[in-house]
Design a protein around this ligand. Structure first.
Ligand code: CDP
Ligand code: MG
Length: 704
């Protein structure tokens, strides 16, 4: 049963009990500082006349100068002149990501002649957002001097000397520019997050730096030594320094106001409900300031946003209004902007965010943080090959990062939706992703960039041997590597696509199966969370609307049906609404499609090749990448996976739900409460040996 949210301005029976513990207050020396310009500067810039231009330039400079990092400008530049690698640690919001690249260029350490600065980000939203911000600060058009490159969107040019890009894109650039010669300085940002790709970059960049130095010493005039900057928000600097040959560490003195930390007196069983109640408790009882709520994912964020807005619409006219602003990686840029724009008059903003707002994005105006204490973490079991996306308690260091977000501009309060005892039991740090995910695409990328012995690669934290071997086996089964362990021609092509190895293979094989048109379309549609729209109060109508698209052979062809209709009505938004199709995600998928078409054209594939009514071709083609993701019907009506003999269930959202067919192919096997398969289609078992002759012959050989 839902608790009642009470709008009276006092604590009530429906509220949550809080306790304050002095021991857990962040206490920092607070520096006196100039008035904050952020709100004003965040407003969208229109065309400026000359006077405005000069005025804005002045304002920008004044803003930059008051950032904590500005006083460390000379120290950073001098250290970078004297050292090949430096580590910069500093509180979130101190100016590392936006300022250091500008310092480097201003000091002449990077230029069109010497090479550009690349700054990696684990998330695409952050890369895009930061590039926009820095373009604004340097008063240049985005895509000229300052640009960004993220998967499926390249807004940079040969003129770009400050380039923000996702860590995945930098890995990709290594494939075509082995020594990253277009860059003079590489900044690996958010190093503390220890994403799989950042971890791979650590080892690769270190090697590139060494080779470039050797070439330079040998008198190769077209090779400049590479400078590396590692930036991180938490205090494990020594570990980074050790890995990079005892690199110099610079600390940016942070600016943080005291934050009181509150714990719930009782454990909370429903974090959404608890967040909702806390938001209104704060809204009714606390003075001005926006609220930042940390939630585990898009789904939670969207449902809480709807609830907050619904309750907020019942606020009385004399009360301050409340406005929910979601923030997650897949959110389109126009809506992200809402998070940064100042709230309308007499309105409090509630920003509902994933851990994206923990360190990589700074949002002005926050005084209150609500931390649900959970995050969605990717996990992988190398024995059975199951990826899991499970709710996990966050680590203590994450909890402190979240807390710190409340004290950037003034003293604040952090409400933790868990008890103090729970907090004490949290792990100190989050386990690096490389230790807990499927490594197939990482191993493919390592191999493609010339690292043939992936078992001996210079890892900062070595993944387990079994997960590396599993990844090699998977790539071998896909024919991406040959008997000697070297990358095959197919493997080299696969590494070029910004997709998981299985999907890259399907795309490349579509040429053989004559269905590139369909395969590109389906992969694009699979790249977004879902193209269906299922509001919680209209589930039945949504299911009914979906029926007309259902294809008897499953999800892949169902997606194709939706797309055909979508094209017929030329993407009409009203049509989407009536048919419960998520028009926003459709638009994103179509952008992805354009990008994929461009990749295909680069390797001379005919993207108009269509199999027409012979839709089996499409499924057979998908099977060349997903033959390991298959399950066969058992006499008792259940499905068992072909590899591993795992009992699997069809996800209720699938077109195949409740159906009995000879065999299934699926894109994902996810463990949430059960082993669910998603993206499911019907197949015939006789197709399997044709899709992967080598693999199924071996399997048969191994059978007793
Ligand atoms: O990297 P770090 O967390 O140290 O800070 P940053 O991302 O360089 O941001 C420095 C400051 O720039 C923030 O405190 C914000 O005030 C401002 N900023 C902004 O107004 N808009 C952005 N899109 C990014 C940063
Ligand atoms: Mg940063």
């Amino acid at each position: 049963m839902k608790r009642v949210v009470n709008f009276e301005e006092n604590e009530d029976a429906g509220g949550i009990g809080w306790e304050f513990n002095n021991e857990h207050t962040i206490k920092h020396e607070v520096k006196k500082q100039k008035k904050n310009h952020e709100g004003k500067l965040n407003a969208k810039s229109n065309r400026l006349d000359k006077q405005d231009f000069t005025k804005k330039k002045k304002e920008m400079l004044a803003f930059r100068k008051q950032l904590p990092i500005y006083s460390g400008r000379d120290a950073i530049i001098n250290s970078l002149k004297e050292n090949d690698t430096i580590i910069v640690m500093g509180e979130t919001g101190s100016g590392k990501t936006t300022q250091i690249p500008q310092f480097v260029v201003e000091a002449g350490l990077a230029s069109k002649e010497l090479g550009a600065v690349a700054i990696t980000q684990p998330r695409r939203v952050a890369a895009v957002n930061l590039a926009k911000r820095v373009a604004e600060e340097t008063m240049c058009r985005l895509g000229s001097k300052v640009g960004y490159t993220v998967r499926f969107d390249d807004t940079s040019s040969p003129q770009t000397i400050i380039k923000y890009l996702t860590d995945g894109m930098l890995l990709r650039e290594i494939l075509s520019d082995e020594l990253l010669l277009r860059y003079k300085v590489v900044v690996l940002d958010e190093a503390h997050e220890r994403t799989l790709r950042t971890d791979m970059l650590f080892g690769m960049i270190k090697k590139i730096q060494k080779i470039r130095q050797e070439k330079y010493n040998a008198g190769e005039t077209d090779v400049q030594p590479l400078k590396i900057i590692i930036m991180s928000a938490t205090l494990d600097a020594e570990k980074f320094s050790e890995f990079f040959n005892n690199a110099k560490i610079l600390y940016v003195s942070g600016r943080l106001y005291p934050v009181d930390t509150m714990f719930t007196t009782e454990p909370q069983s429903d974090y959404l409900d608890a967040s909702l109640v806390s938001i209104f408790q704060i809204h009714m009882n606390n003075p001005k300031g926006d609220i930042l709520v940390f939630l585990p994912g898009q789904e939670a964020i969207e449902s809480l946003a709807a609830l907050v807005n619904e309750y907020a619409s019942q606020l009385r006219p004399h009360q301050q209004a409340l406005m929910a602003c979601p923030l997650f990686a897949a959110l389109p840029p126009s809506q992200q902007q809402k998070v940064f724009d100042p709230a309308p008059e007499n309105t409090r903003k509630v920003i509902l965010s994933t851990n994206i707002a923990e360190t990589s994005i700074t949002i002005p105006g926050i005084r209150y943080v609500i931390d649900c204490g959970l995050a969605k973490l990717r996990g992988f079991n190398p024995k059975i090959g199951v990826e899991s996306l499970l709710l996990h308690p966050i680590s203590k260091s994450s909890a402190w990062q979240r807390t710190g977000r409340a004290g950037r501009e003034a003293a604040g309060v952090c409400y933790r939706l868990y008890t103090e005892n729970t907090f004490r039991e949290l792990e100190d740090d989050t386990v690096p992703e490389i230790r807990r995910c499927n490594l197939a695409s990482a191993v493919l990328a390592l191999k493609a960039s010339g690292i043939s012995n992936v078992l001996e690669f210079d890892y900062m934290d070595r993944p387990s041997r079994s997960s590396l071997i599993r990844a090699l086996e998977e790539l071998y089964a896909l024919n991406a590597i040959d008997d000697t362990g070297e990358l095959s021609d197919l493997g080299k092509k696969m590494a070029e696509f910004p997709l998981d190895p299985s999907f890259s293979k399907v795309l490349i094989q579509s040429k053989e199966y004559g269905c590139t048109l369909e395969v590109v379309a389906i992969i694009s549609l699979l790249s977004v969370d879902t193209i269906f729209f299922t509001p919680s109060d209209k589930r039945e109508q949504a299911a009914e609307a979906r029926k007309k698209f259902l294809h008897p052979d499953g999800d892949h062809l169902t997606l194709l049906n939706v797309l055909k209709s979508y094209w017929e009505v030329k993407g009409d938004v009203e049509w989407c609404k009536e048919n419960f199709i998520n028009s926003r995600n459709m638009r994103i998928a179509m952008e992805v499609r354009n990008q994929l078409i461009r990749f295909c054209e680069r390797i001379d594939m005919d993207t108009n090749a269509s199999c027409g009514a012979e839709t089996d071709q499409i499924l057979k083609c998908f099977l060349t990448g997903f033959f390991q993701n298959t399950a066969l019907l058992q006499p008792d009506g259940s499905y068992k996976s072909v590899t591993g003999g795992q009992l699997v269930k069809i996800h209720p959202a699938s077109a195949m739900f409740g159906k009995r067919v000879e065999g299934l192919m699926y894109n994902e096997l996810v463990f949430t409460t059960k082993h669910y398969v998603r993206g499911v289609s019907a197949i015939q078992s006789s197709w399997l040996p044709l899709a992967a002759p080598k693999y199924f012959n071996n399997v048969r050989k191994n059978e007793p």
